[in-house]
Design a protein around this ligand. Structure first.
Ligand SMILES: [Zn+2]
Length: 54
């Protein structure tokens, strides 16, 4: 499963507006510890649904 590169180019972290890195079916924020789940190729860009990097 992957995410459209054009989509990744415009997506930013909703919490800090940092850029995101797609890794292991998740989107990792480059600036804060939040990790966003990708479900069926659709990134769940909700701070409430994000988990924190352990
Ligand atoms: Zn962030």
């Amino acid at each position: 499963m992957s995410v459209d590169q054009r989509l990744l180019d415009v997506l930013v972290c909703p919490a800090c507006h940092g850029s995101l890195t797609f890794l292991n079916d998740e989107l990792l924020c480059d600036k804060c510890p939040l990790v966003y789940e990708v479900r069926g190729g659709i990134p769940i860009m909700l701070v409430e649904s994000a988990r924190r990097r352990s």
